[in-house]
Write a protein that binds this ligand. Structure first.
Ligand code: HPA
Length: 284
């Protein structure tokens, strides 16, 4: 019998609270190649995943496996540098576990980033895409099994899975700083093999603009936990399924993720300033 999620979360959150690590405002999950964003954190305390009970090990390339607590763009944040994927052999519940933990640490919103292939032929590697919605093609769901009522309701609504207000702020922030921001649908697959060309054409015809191996299960857990999500994809490679496509390499993905990561950081810096201004107005 596996341990209930709530118990796992309580144990991990209590251990972190003992080190004074709680009461965060915003949580951020960093995707493949986007780890450098964490270097912008000041007053940082870093905790390796293997010292947190209940967290699996991160084995994916470009994922360090540590939590960073500190101030990012003057905002009290916790960053997860490294996430868990189905393709590593983790269960859907393990993939979702950090989301419940981040919520228990006090996060009021969750920023989920990832690397993705471009199904949309107008996108180019190095672009940033604001996730409008997703298609879950992983065949998995973290809420399968008995519902833990203490965490959320049995049938969470997914019609606004990516928070409209956070998306408005991100769009405004990108406009202000002059970083082009795409907006589209993210298709989540289990991986680790990339899609065939036929699968890519299928995903395009299903309405998806980008494809990747993460995010969708975390967003389901966030909806379950009542945590508003902002999703940003680093577009790392063309994945249109056309005959002209060259094979994808992890080196290309990491290189282009670094380019997108620069744009993403510029957008997020303004995003946090706008969020701060808004919160200030509300509390004054
Ligand atoms: N497919 C799936 N996952 C990805 C891709 C892709 O083309 N690029 C980066 N992550």
């Amino acid at each position: 019998m596996t341990r209930p999620m709530r118990e796992r979360v309580e144990v991990a959150a209590a251990a972190l609270a003992e080190h004074g690590l709680s009461a965060v405002d915003t949580a951020i999950i960093l995707g493949t190649g986007l780890g450098p964003l964490a270097e912008r954190t000041v007053n940082a305390t870093t905790i390796p995943y293997d010292s947190i009970e209940g967290l699996p090990r991160a084995t994916a390339p470009g994922h360090s496996g540590r939590m960073i607590f500190g101030d990012l763009f003057k905002h009290r944040c916790v960053l997860m540098q490294g996430r868990f994927h189905l393709y590593e052999g983790h269960s859907a519940a393990d993939v979702a576990f950090p989301v419940y933990l981040l919520k228990a640490l006090g996060a009021k919103r969750l920023i989920i980033t990832n690397s993705a292939g471009a199904l949309n032929d107008r996108y180019v590697p190095g672009d940033v895409m604001l996730i409008e919605d997703h298609l879950n093609f992983t065949g998995a769901n973290p809420l399968t099994g008995p519902n833990e009522n203490a965490l959320g309701q049995r049938f969470p609504d997914m019609s606004r899975a990516y928070d409209l207000h956070l998306r408005d702020i991100a769009r405004g922030a990108a406009l202000q700083v002059g970083v082009p921001l795409r907006e589209g649908i993210y298709a989540g697959i289990a991986g680790p093999s990339l899609e065939t060309s036929a699968e890519r054409r299928f995903l395009r015809s299903a309405g998806a603009d980008a494809v990747g191996m993460s995010t969708v299960l975390e967003v389901i857990a966030a909806a379950h936990a009542g945590l508003p999500v902002l999703g940003l994809s680093a577009i790392t490679n063309a994945a249109t399924g056309g005959s002209d496509q060259k094979p994808d390499t992890i080196e290309e993905v990491l290189d282009n993720a670094a380019t997108s990561g620069i744009g993403m950081a510029i957008i997020l810096e303004r995003f946090f300033a706008m969020l701060q201004a808004e919160t200030g107005r509300r509390t004054r």
